[in-house]
Design a protein around this ligand. Structure first.
Ligand code: NAP
Length: 341
């Protein structure tokens, strides 16, 4: 019999890819939305990627808000598996960190409590490398791995990083103390790129968009560890199908790239576009950061290269990650084809 998966935040960039994978793998999917009118948008995004058009009949929607208690019990009724992906991921950090922490943390606990009440035992939570890498690399390690946890009091930790760390910590603590039968897995992606399924994509794709818009005269000496959205969706699916995933965290990561490397890759793929590839000296960014708050937030990561180890996902989930330069090019092609840059 088909199992039913509740996917929270089904309007999200990553979640739409997860919905496609689940439907193609034979699951029935109930997606949560804040706004019911977006059901058509999600269905339209998913439809062209289904193995069979009839699989769309296995997708329906319920309305939920991470900050509201209503609707959760009904949403989880008849569900076998909870995939909790919803969490705010804004481009700019809010003035009040609680604007991110409250929905992330309380929303995760609401989801888990409702799952427990409905007898749902299998849960996959989309956490983040933000819950792994916000702190000094432990002595003796060359790269962050699943044993590392962000210290929310570490200097420069952003409200988003705090929100993801506190939410994941709360999930593990809840299972340990309140629901020992619950089978939890977390997926911890680095910066997710790769072609969105429609024009409503999340914050991470804006890194590629920014390079293609070429608005900045120079690029700061910062970099990102990247992974493809299709691989992150696949990790969510494999968490359900592979042995040895229960009670585990899995980092999803392909490689680190400096901003300038990203720009150079895109310049070579799209030579006719104006793409800035010059790196700004660090002192210029530090100076600008005194006047511009957005620039100020990158000062702590200037020149910082953090390595992340995703071998556990390769070993247990059997992942082989798409090459980040190729993901970048496909993301750019999508933005260009859809006249979004
Ligand atoms: P996204 O496109 O912004 O998706 C976020 C989803 O969460 C949307 O469906 C959004 O609903 C929903 N949401 C936000 N606040 C909510 C609330 N108060 N109540 C109900 N739903 C709410 O971002 P994404 O990149 O796909 O991220 C999905 C998950 O992956 C998040 O947990 C994020 O932290 C995690 N993650 C992302 C990355 C990345 O680089 N993209 C990396 C690591 C981890 P609306 O559509 O209504 O806003």
């Amino acid at each position: 019999m088909r199992q039913t998966v509740l996917v929270t935040g089904s309007s999200g960039y990553i979640a739409k890819h997860i919905v496609v994978k689940l439907l193609n793998a034979g699951y029935t999917v109930r997606g949560t939305l804040r706004d019911v009118t977006r059901a058509v948008e999600v269905s339209n995004a998913v439809r062209p990627h289904l193995n069979e058009p009839s699989l769309l009949a296995q997708l329906d929607f319920v309305v939920l808000d991470l900050e509201q208690s209503e609707g959760w019990d009904a949403a989880l009724k008849g569900v076998d598996i909870l995939m909790h992906t919803a969490s705010p991921f804004p481009i700019a950090q809010p003035k009040d960190e609680d604007d991110l922490i409250r929905p992330a943390l309380e929303g995760t606990l609401r989801a888990l409590r409702a799952a427990k009440a409905a007898g749902v035992r299998r849960v996959v939570v989309t956490s983040s490398s933000a819950a792994v890498m916000g702190g000094d690399l432990p002595a003796g390690k060359e790269a962050y791995d699943e044993t590392c946890w962000t210290d929310v009091n570490y200097p420069g930790v952003t409200p988003y990083t705090k929100s993801k760390t506190l939410a994941e910590e709360a999930a593990w603590a809840y299972v340990k103390s309140e629901a020992p039968d619950m089978q939890l897995t977390t997926i911890n992606p680095v910066l997710v790129i790769g072609p969105p399924l429609d024009r409503h994509f999340g914050t991470s794709v804006s890194v590629v968009e920014r390079v293609l818009r070429a608005k900045d005269p120079m690029l700061p000496h910062v970099g990102f560890t990247c992974v493809d959205v299709r691989d992150i969706a696949e990790m969510h699916l494999r968490a359900l199908t592979q042995e040895g995933t229960i009670g585990q965290r899995f980092i999803g990561s392909e490689r680190f790239m400096w901003f300038v490397d990203i720009a150079n890759e895109l310049k070579s793929a799209f030579p006719d576009r104006r793409i800035v590839t010059r790196q700004a000296p660090d002192f210029v960014i530090r100076l600008l950061g005194l006047f511009d708050k957005a620039i100020g937030t990158i000062i702590p990561i200037l020149g910082r290269r953090d390595e992340v180890n995703a071998d556990k996902a390769r070993r247990i989930l059997g992942m082989s990650f798409r090459q980040a330069p190729q993901s970048l090019k496909e993301t750019a092609q999508f933005l260009i084809d859809n006249k979004l840059v």
